[in-house]
Ligand binder design. Structure first.
Ligand code: SAH
Ligand code: SF4
Length: 392
């Protein structure tokens, strides 16, 4: 049985053709699934009975089983989806006046292993499939439409951010059809500026995304120099800051009226001094001597959301304000993210997807270590005072 949630519209058309059906049938079917949330082929009244029989025999529209749902006092909703094998992933809906943002996961766990991230701490388990990525949106959109009693045609989810668990650009093959389904006018019809891919900096895949599907790009920077970033975001050892920012500039060639959002998690005493702010400002400003143009960017300061075992602290608000002021004085649009869903641990970086089989955690850490670039031995000791084993 094939799960039809895995296909973008072209993929579905190709599959329909294999079944001996005209490609336009795929558009009808796609609309039933993604515009009306219908999973029962029998209810798709404008499809021929013979086609519906074929569908029943060969395919399913299979949502993800919901392991739990929590609603915070500010209206934030967090779902935990069971993806099998003892793994679970989290999806968060953040309502705001005039919009609803859905934060979607791309992997069970994450191999990048950033020091300040609960998902990274958990290690890498596996990539989600396209169907599992889209199923998060499918469930949220139609569950919320029912709950909020929205008028026909009104959408619950107006924006998607790939900022849940996992590194989306380390799961590119599954990500791409899912993004296309989100953007498709016969699917969720989200404009490309309302779909954001957030990455810790997988440089070659930033280029691929630019060529295939240039949605809004957010880059998790967190440090203005390589020594500190090597320590906080281990992927930096493979793709250092200069290469990462060059990829951001190339990205914007495709979308010259856009900007890149740089995310910066504020860690007390680690990356939050006025000196760090000045260095960050220099990094994104025009540098005539080096022949480097400025980067069209906005900077989003994220107050660190602590979790047990992180051994890090949130920067005090006054320090965050001071940091923001340095950037703003340099002409960079800078915002400070409000934390949401505090009472249900739904904020950035707190998503760990309660894993049922805790005994697998050690094995997953090992795998994460193997997947992420092995640093040269000399650097492994110095900058990396904190390997995952030690942090556990
Ligand atoms: N892997 C991608 C997307 C998921 S993480 C990435 O790293 O960009 C989404 C955002 O949450 C990133 O900017 C990440 O740095 C941030 N984040 C992770 N842990 C956090 C924490 N404990 N507190 C605040 N932000 C955190
Ligand atoms: Fe992975 Fe992003 Fe967490 Fe880093 S911050 S460990 S890349 S999910």
């Amino acid at each position: 049985m094939v799960n039809l949630l895995q296909f973008d519209r072209d993929g579905l058309a190709a599959w329909c053709e294999q079944q001996g059906e005209k490609p336009f049938r795929a558009t009808q079917l796609f609309r039933w699934m993604h515009q009306r949330g219908v999973a029962d082929f029998g209810a798709m009244s404008d499809l021929a009975a013979t086609f519906r029989d074929k569908l029943r025999a060969a395919a399913v529209i299979a949502p993800l089983p919901v392991a739990s749902e929590q609603v915070a006092s500010d209206g934030t909703v967090k779902w935990l989806f069971d993806v099998g094998g003892g793994d679970a992933v989290e999806t968060v809906f953040i309502p705001e006046p005039g919009r609803g943002t859905l934060c979607i996961s791309s992997q069970a766990g994450c191999a990048v292993n950033c020091r300040f991230c609960a998902t990274g701490h958990q290690g890498f388990s596996r990539n989600l499939s396209s169907a599992e990525i889209v199923a998060q949106l499918w469930h949220a959109e139609f569950a919320l439409r029912r709950r909020l009693s929205l008028a026909p045609g009104e959408r619950a989810v107006t924006n998607v951010v790939m900022m849940g668990m996992g590194e989306p650009l380390q799961n590119y093959a599954a990500l791409l059809p899912a993004l296309r389904t989100m953007l498709d006018d016969h699917g969720y019809g989200l404009s490309r500026r309302r779909v954001t891919v957030s990455t810790s900096g997988v440089v070659p895949m930033i280029d691929r995304l630019r060529d295939d599907c240039p949605v809004a790009l957010a880059v998790s920077l967190h440090a203005p120099d390589d020594a500190l970033r090597d320590d906080l975001v281990p992927l930096n050892r493979k793709y250092p800051i200069a290469e990462l920012l060059a990829a951001c500039r190339r990205y914007l060639e495709r979308a010259p009226r856009d900007f890149v959002t740089l995310e910066y998690c504020m860690l007390d005493g680690v990356n939050d001094s006025a000196g760090h702010a000045a260095a960050l400002l220099a990094l994104v400003s025009n540098d005539g001597a080096a022949g480097r143009p400025g980067l069209a960017c906005k900077i989003n300061l994220i107050p660190f959301n602590p979790f047990p075992q992180s051994e890090l602290k949130r920067s005090p608000p006054a320090r965050v304000a001071e940091f923001a002021a340095v950037l703003q004085a340099g002409g960079i649009v800078t915002t400070v993210r409000r934390t949401r869903g505090d009472d249900i641990a739904a904020a950035c970086g707190q998503l760990a997807g309660e894993v049922q089989d805790r005994t697998q955690v050690a094995a997953r850490r090992e795998r994460a270590m193997a997947i992420v670039v092995a640093p040269p031995a000399s650097r492994r000791r110095g900058a990396l005072g904190t390997q995952p084993g030690q942090r556990a």
